[in-house]
Each structure stands twice: as structure tokens, then as C-alpha cells.
Design a binder for this molecule. Structure first.
Ligand SMILES: NC(=O)c1ccc[n+]([C@@H]2O[C@H](COP(=O)([O-])OP(=O)(O)OC[C@H]3O[C@@H](n4cnc5c(N)ncnc54)[C@H](OP(=O)(O)O)[C@@H]3O)[C@@H](O)[C@H]2O)c1
Length: 243
């Protein structure tokens, strides 16, 4: 395979949870993968080694998605390593649960900075370095549609913003045949739900939460050739939670 034929991806927030599952799946699908992390250098290093041992190139980059310069630098490092990018997955996100009386200004700002502003800036920074016909995939949340739980208002509106954002971006990028789609997972077995898996499983129609690999399967689908006519869509994968 020549360098031009190699497929390349950049995952924002790829060292653990859903992002790490996406990194593994994209590597399995034949991508060289760069990914960012902010707090888990050890997880990032071991995932990089795992991907390289599997025969793909991997680059891990420390970059806070609340920091516009760090995002730009992460894209630049990816381009230095791989050249043009085929697919980006904007997965980095945070959840702070608090009812309206208790939400602190810092946590409001942080959720907006990472879950909304960081998503937009990641896409804006990467797009000039993407191939025409490339794929932009965001990780939103089924809470954009329905939460059913107190304490999630900020998280919920941040993810609703992502669902709205992909529609405008899809039109902006249509002339380059770059598709922009949003995955809306329901409760998934990651650190984000530590201590709540049993409660969430009980409340789910399928009586379990998702495995991160199931969300990564949808990343693979959206990155692949079968979705070239899908853009601006939000796809919910939540075991019937929002029905
Ligand atoms: N788990 C669920 O039930 C669920 C459901 C719906 C949607 N989601 C969404 O799925 C995405 C991944 O969540 P997860 O469940 O895998 O959660 P997680 O295990 O808590 O992982 C969070 C990910 O986001 C990264 N991240 C957090 N803050 C960041 C920042 N400031 N800059 C860069 N990266 C940052 C983390 O990087 P480090 O590892 O370096 O800290 C990590 O990769 C999030 O957008 C989340 O909102 C999750």
C-alpha cells in the first residue's frame, strides 16, 4: 500500500472508553490512527503500543479540547505524521451532574468549552487538512433527545448543540463531499458511568448498558463506504432508552 492509499484518522479523546474503542476499531479497519488525550498518558501509551503491534501506525498527542491552540497543534502533529486525514472522530466530552441550583459557573463553562466549543474547533481545525470525501463523526448523546433524569441539563443542552451543529457543518462541507454525522449513544460501560451501571441497566429496555465496542461499530459504519450519502444525521444507539 502506498502512502497515498493509506487511510488515516484522528480521534479527539481516544485513550479510554468509547474513544479507545473507536481507535481500536479504526485500526482494525485499516486506518493509521492519531488520538488525543488529556489526563491519561499511561492509557495513551499502552494503546499506542497495542495499535502499532497490530501493524498500524499510531500517534498519541496530549491536547486539552478546551484549548484552541492545543487542538490546532494536535491536528498539525497528525498531518506531520500521516499527511491528509480521511476521518475524524470528535469524542472528547465530560459529564458533571448537578441540578440547576448546584451548577457552578466553572463546571458550566467547562462543559460548554469541551462539549460544544471544543467540538466545533476540532472540526474547524481538521477540515482544511482532510481529503475530499472524508468523514467527520461526532459523539453526541441520546440525552440530546430525552434524559429522564434530573441533574443533566447542561450536559443535555451541550449534546443538543452538537446535534444542531452537524446539520450546518454538513451543508458547509457538502461541496467537498465530506460527510458530517453524529452518534448519540445511550448509557455505555465507561468511566463516565462508574458506580451507575446497575441502575442504568435496570432502567434500560434491554436491561444492560452498551459496550464501547458497539458504539465503535457505528463509528466504523459512518467512516466506511456504505454511508457516503448520509450527512447531517444524528444516529441514536441506546438500546431503546429514548423510546
Ligand atoms: N458513557 C456514556 O454513557 C455516554 C453516553 C452518551 C454519550 N457519551 C459521550 O461519549 C464520549 C466519550 O465518553 P466515555 O463514556 O468514553 O467517557 P470517559 O470514559 O469519561 O472518557 C472521556 C473521554 O474524553 C476525554 N476528555 C475529557 N475531557 C477532555 C478534555 N478537556 N480534552 C480532551 N479530551 C478530554 C478523555 O480523555 P482522558 O482519557 O485523557 O481523560 C476521554 O478520552 C463523550 O463525549 C460522552 O459525552 C457517553
Amino acid at each position: 500500500m502506498t502512502i497515498q492509499e493509506r487511510k488515516t484518522a484522528l480521534v479527539f479523546g481516544g485513550a479510554r472508553g468509547i474513544g479507545a474503542a473507536a481507535v481500536r476499531r479504526l485500526a482494525k479497519d485499516g486506518y493509521d490512527v492519531a488520538f488525543t488525550y488529556v489526563s491519561r498518558p499511561d492509557s495513551a501509551k499502552s494503546l499506542m503500543t497495542e495499535i502499532e503491534e497490530g501493524g498500524r501506525r499510531a500517534v498519541s498527542i496530549q491536547a486539552d479540547s478546551a484549548d484552541a491552540e492545543a487542538i490546532r497543534a494536535a491536528v498539525a502533529k497528525t498531518v506531520d505524521a500521516f499527511g491528509l486525514i480521511d476521518a475524524i472522530v470528535v469524542n472528547a466530552g465530560i459529564l458533571r451532574l448537578n441540578t440547576v441550583e448546584a451548577v457552578r459557573l466553572e463546571e458550566l463553562d467547562l462543559m460548554i468549552d469541551v462539549n460544544i466549543r471544543g467540538v466545533f474547533l476540532s472540526i474547524q481545525s481538521a477540515v482544511p487538512h482532510m481529503k475530499d470525501g472524508g468523514r467527520v463523526i461526532t459523539i453526541g448523546s441520546n440525552t440530546a433527545e430525552r434524559t429522564g433524569m434530573a441533574g443533566t441539563s447542561v450536559y443535555q443542552f451541550s449534546k443538543a448543540a452538537v446535534a444542531a451543529m452537524v446539520k450546518g457543518l454538513a451543508l458547509d462541507l457538502a461541496t467537498r463531499r465530506i460527510t458530517v454525522n453524529n452518534i448519540q449513544p445511550g448509557p455505555t460501560n465507561t468511566d463516565m458511568n462508574a458506580g451507575a451501571i446497575e441502575m442504568l441497566s435496570d432502567r434500560s429496555p434491554l436491561k444492560r448498558v452498551a459496550n464501547p465496542d458497539e458504539i465503535a461499530g457505528m463509528v466504523s459504519y459512518l467512516a466506511g463506504p456504505d454511508t457516503s450519502f448520509m450527512t447531517g444525521a444524528s444516529l441514536t444507539i441506546d438500546g431503546g432508552w429514548t423510546l
